[in-house]
Design a protein around this ligand. Structure first.
Ligand SMILES: Cc1cc2nc3c(=O)[nH]c(=O)nc-3n(C[C@H](O)[C@H](O)[C@H](O)COP(=O)(O)O)c2cc1C
Length: 212
């Protein structure tokens, strides 16, 4: 009987029970369950981009922001979703300028088509857009207000003709007060269209600062 008890005690100690350093306290176990590893986190790249006549570029068939969005999604292994206006923006540059100005002045929310499948599954959302009048195109706000961004990490990127991100990071913070908005990336539209190597380099350097 004594031998059996000793054997059971030895097995108990070998199994790592008792005071093993590897054992997790209930609090640690709870924490581990609440905070999935980076590998479990799903990433989404959403973007809005326009084709047609573009300033200094002529007629483009793939938008500048779309090009950058593809590169980011491929590098971070994200799903990708294009925000499309229900009424597409004019191909004509001047007509687009006029419409976008009206939308900005009236703080419009132009309708968008389609929805992200199971938006809740994503922890991190890269949001890409062209700078329009030093601001976010209003369709970006339509998208944001149609989805629950609470608790998500937002990473902005834009293409532009010289103004950089301007106040768009702040606009995103205001639109998503319960999200964490990280430092964004700004790429000149012409570079996106004509110099893939330069974009790759900029994207790599930026992603590195974000811990990717
Ligand atoms: C309506 C409109 C407004 C724009 N306003 C600005 C601006 O304020 N600052 C800037 O640098 N570029 C501005 N641009 C240029 C675009 O931001 C730039 O060409 C961008 O790369 C276009 O991206 P996309 O091809 O993805 O639509 C504007 C373009 C349009 C059509």
């Amino acid at each position: 009987m004594k031998k059996i008890l000793l054997l059971l005690l030895a097995m108990f100690m070998m199994s790592g029970c008792g005071n093993s350093a590897q054992e997790k306290s209930p609090v640690e176990t709870e924490k581990a369950l609440a905070a999935p590893s980076t590998a479990d986190k799903k990433i989404l790249v959403v973007y809005f981009s326009r084709t047609g006549e573009e300033y200094g570029l002529g007629n483009i068939t793939k938008g500048n922001t779309a090009i950058v969005a593809d590169i980011i999604a491929q590098k971070v292994g994200a799903d990708i979703f294009e925000i499309k206006a229900a009424t597409p923006y004019p191909d004509n540059y001047d007509a687009c300028l006029e419409l976008a100005k009206k939308e900005l002045e009236s703080n419009a929310r132009p309708a968008v088509v389609g929805n992200v499948d199971n938006f809740a599954q994503y922890d991190t959302i890269f949001i890409g857009y062209p700078i329009w009048y030093a601001a976010l195109p209003r369709v970006i706000l339509t998208f944001i207000e149609s989805n629950d961004f609470n608790g998500k990490t937002i990473i902005p990127f834009c293409t532009h003709a010289g103004s950089g991100l301007t106040g768009t990071e702040r606009e995103l913070k205001e639109a998503c007060p319960n999200s964490k908005v990280l430092n964004g990336l700004a790429i000149i539209g012409k570079t996106a269209q004509n110099d893939s190597a330069a974009v790759q380099k900029d994207v790599d350097a930026w992603l590195k600062t974000l811990g990717y």
